[in-house]
Design a protein around this ligand. Structure first.
Ligand SMILES: [Zn+2]
Length: 229
């Protein structure tokens, strides 16, 4: 199971912060609700591309001694199963879909050196599919928006709320992926539609994702090999 790590600094600062297992240790198990702090259980590694970083980051794992399941603390600047950070993805989508830049110019606006714009086309397809549901799901967090279509509306809401805050809300409260779960993670029973929910109370220490059971072959430890963009 993944929960979001509420870290707000740079990728480099994140790397230093997670060296201390006590600093963000969950004080209970989000899976069995055992009321005892979880035990440090090492890390897994995944790649990440951010405007100022391109490399491998560590993601801290904890173990619940009671139910023997692990919890990993995915940094909130990353989206599950995507190699590029939320910052790069949001810069690209805004540049292309809101500001109307060409694909190549949007790629340059999102990262230096410019990311492959073909990657951005993949995000655009996913975002277009997801936009109507995003507009509904993010309703409780954003002021009313007037926009010509679903894509513009969802983008305006994300800009108003903040992409990371929106991602935290979607992932923690609705088990939803900002760009939609990729098809291989949407088997029968996987929640694929978004519904509105109430936002988490301000100041809650961790955002909890009650992620449905994932097929064993797609375990978190293999995430590095399976990032799709
Ligand atoms: Zn547990």
């Amino acid at each position: 199971m993944q929960i979001l790590h509420p870290f707000a600094g740079s990728v480099q600062q994140y790397a230093e912060a997670i060296s201390d297992p006590d600093r963000f240790r969950p004080d209970h198990c989000p899976q069995c609700q055992a009321k005892q702090p979880l035990t440090g259980h090492g890390f897994y590694r995944r790649t990440l591309v951010d405007p100022a970083f391109d490399g491998v980051i560590r993601v801290r794992r904890y173990l619940c001694r009671l139910c023997q399941r692990t919890v990993s603390l995915l940094p909130q600047f990353a989206l599950p199963w995507l190699r590029f950070s939320l910052r790069v993805i949001s810069l690209f989508l805004v540049a292309r879909l809101l500001q109307g830049l060409t694909l190549a110019a949007a790629a340059r606006a999102a990262s230096q050196p410019a990311m492959p714009y073909q990657r951005g086309q993949f995000w655009i397809r996913r975002f277009r599919r997801q936009a109507p549901a995003l507009g509904v799901a993010l309703g409780p967090l954003a002021p009313p928006v007037t926009a010509p279509d679903f894509v513009a509306r969802a983008l305006a809401m994300l800009e108003s709320i903040g992409w990371i805050a929106a991602h935290r809300f979607l992932f923690s409260e609705l088990r939803a992926h900002l760009l939609g779960w990729p098809p291989f993670l949407a088997p029968q029973g996987w929640r694929t539609t978004l519904v509105p929910a109430r936002p988490a109370p301000r100041g809650s220490p961790h955002s909890i994702c009650l992620e449905p059971a994932r097929p064993p072959a797609l375990g978190l430890g293999r995430e590095r090999k399976n990032l799709h963009g």
